[in-house]
Design a protein around this ligand. Sequence first.
Ligand SMILES: *[C@@H]1O[C@H](CO)[C@@H](O)[C@H](O)[C@H]1NC(C)=O
Ligand SMILES: *[C@@H]1O[C@H](CO)[C@@H](O)[C@H](O)[C@H]1NC(C)=O
Length: 537
Amino acid sequence: MKSTILTFTSSLLISLAAASPGHNPHFKFQQRCSRLAQTFHPDANTQVLVSQFVPAGTNFTNPDNHPTCQTKPYTITLADMCRLRLKVKTSSTSELEMEAWMPLDWKKKRYLVLGNGGLGGCIAYPDMGFTTWLGFATIAHNNGHLGDTGEPFLNNPGVVEDFAYRAIKTATKTGKKAVKHFYNSSLKKSYYMGCSSGGRQGLKAAQDFPEEFDGIIAGAPANHLNNLMSVSGHYYKINGNPGDASYLSQAQWIAMRDMTLSQCDALDGVVDGVIEEPRGCNPRFEALMCAAGQTWASHGCLTATQVGTARKFFEPFYGTDGNLLMPRFDPGADVSSDVYGGQPPRYGTQWWKYAIFNDPNWDFHTQFNLQMVMDVQALDPFGASTWKDLTKLKQSGHKLLTYHGLQDGVINSENSYRYYEYVSRSMALTSTELDSFYRFFPIPGASHCHSGTGNWYIGATSQVGRVLGATNIPTEEGVLMSMVKWVEQGIAPERIVGRNINAQTGVQSSIKEHCKWPKKNVYLGGDPNAKESWGCQ
Ligand SMILES: *[C@@H]1O[C@H](CO)[C@@H](O)[C@H](O)[C@H]1NC(C)=O
Ligand SMILES: *[C@@H]1O[C@H](CO)[C@@H](O)[C@H](O)[C@H]1NC(C)=O
């Protein structure tokens, strides 16, 4: 991996040496960019790997496309920019790699750091392309190791520490130095945006180093990380493997979701494939149970044992002390056998093997149990669980916006409600008081970070780089520019515009405004595809 990057680097530097002032209006920008390897030496820990001018429209082939990374293998850049890749030592045994994409047009002097996903390791190049086009000098990093895998954690607590908090903190500080150096100017405002693991990183910053960001956007955050890993093992044990009496195939989970919709979709007044408030839905799972003589093949129904499996996914998970470890999934969530069946959960197993027990032979089937779950919760390496209140954020005067899809079948949205209410109680602040620095938007009809049957597109991480033609969608209404408006003009978001978009074709079917918790999306009557037909109550 590393030698590939270095080869790539030297060939680029050679090709850049050919840039000439001739007909090129941006010669100075290009020259300053290609010289960063000589001029940018912020400290002994930081090394320039690449500095290159990249014109808009370049087919940028991801240099570190580790096989475990699910990002698109290439990104068409949207803005003329300077691309800087750095390696930064974080301890004697750990390092991170990061990219700074610095647009030619940087009039607003905004700085943005993007987050990671899963156990990543992977840089969100498509998102960087989009936010650079929006004018943000954008930073993304590999979170202390390459690839969406936990293997580098093995016997290296430095890599775990990077993952828990240090990589994002270090990349943010180093990125600020790089941007200031390159533009020879201070930056005006600093932002963060991430989803899933990236949402957890955003909450980590909000809890522990809010001074780094004027505005933080944290989507579907993977906080209470240890218990999230544990509940995935709990679900796998319930669902099991193909052939087990307990097991539901992917098609059977979809049938269960459709049955839930048939019972709850109309509760909000509109039958549209979206349950606006899954918390108000308590389906009777037994409605899908076979009568005598019926089978899945003949009638599309489930056995009593399988109905028991489905029911347990929508019940909370408790510890040996009776305390809640993880809330239930939202009824109607897109639970998947690809995630919770057939084999022990990939992220959880890697977390336990490599970060917790330092034992590559650790075996899920013999060693996963509730006492282990309790022990891991107590161990919580480097505070990875990210479950503290927001006292520091409030003191800093900076802002946090969180959102969570209410069809999320990977991280249940109840975890975000639970965090919000925990912060409220812990700081003894009402929702009106929290509004001055912390706002939470549940997004009905949205799955994990991107896609969904409803108005899931909100201009967020892992959406903008994925949706064809995202640049044609008004950018000011998305979560990122809503945060900018809050920070720079003091206009706080009351609602977030969501669009129903087909990511492949770019075709849009409707627009809806999502409400700020504790208000809920309510149908007022009229054309359900018109946003005027919905309100917040
Ligand atoms: C960009 O390059 C990759 C790799 O060479 C190629 O597969 C892809 O089709 C290219 N994309 C476009 C839009 O040209
Ligand atoms: C950076 O900006 C300062 C003040 O605006 C100026 O004096 C200096 O020459 C600039 N340095 C470079 C390398 O452009």
